[in-house]
Design a binder for this molecule. Structure first.
Ligand code: PNS
Length: 162
């Protein structure tokens, strides 16, 4: 049985992430979405909120689990008994960072391999940071995130402005 970890900040989850999740579920037996808790920058959504959102958005998949994690990704992967990490590549600009991260992870844990899925062209420019920036200026984010997430982002932005 192949268990893979799909790690990220998911602040918030976008259509790009969801596309990758859907395609990964068809490739591996079990996909564990690892939501990073200890970010350098303060996230818009708390770890509990992000985990809740992702669970809701992926409830149709029998082979998906969502877990929060702290510390090193390779330690999390080992704890999940996963030997595969899934990452998305949107454009060539992602490559350098992803390569460095993958090589570092391989140096720390040679038993874990990272596989890359190229993002659906439709979502190749979508990022959580852009979604937050647009929403911060009251822009329309409906093309980038599902309606439920859009409502949560809007509510969070209003909460911040208050
Ligand atoms: O969605 P993101 O923010 O690009 O995801 C980045 C993530 C969570 C995959 C990365 O920051 C990570 O693995 N963090 C855990 C700490 C770690 O293992 N660092 C060493 C790898 S370079």
């Amino acid at each position: 049985m192949t268990t893979a970890v799909y790690p990220g900040s998911f602040d918030p989850i976008t259509y790009g992430h969801l596309d990758l999740i859907e395609r990964s579920t068809a490739i591996v037996d079990k996909l564990i979405i690892g939501v990073l808790r200890n970010q350098a920058k303060t996230p818009l959504f708390s770890i509990e909120e992000r985990v809740r959102m992702i669970r809701k958005m992926t409830e149709q998949y029998q082979n998906v689990e969502v877990r929060a994690f702290d510390g090193l990704l390779v330690d999390f992967a080992h704890a999940c008994d996963a030997h595969v990490i899934v990452r998305g590549l949107r454009a060539v600009t992602d490559f350098e960072y992803e390569l460095q991260m993958t090589q570092t992870n391989r140096a720390m844990a040679p038993d874990i391999d990272t596989i890359f899925l190229t993002t659906n062209l439709k979502y190749s420019y979508v990022s959580s940071s852009m979604v937050k920036e647009i929403a911060g200026y009251d822009g329309d984010i409906s093309a980038f995130v599902p309606a439920e997430i859009e409502a949560l982002v809007k509510a969070k932005m209003q909460e911040i402005r208050r």
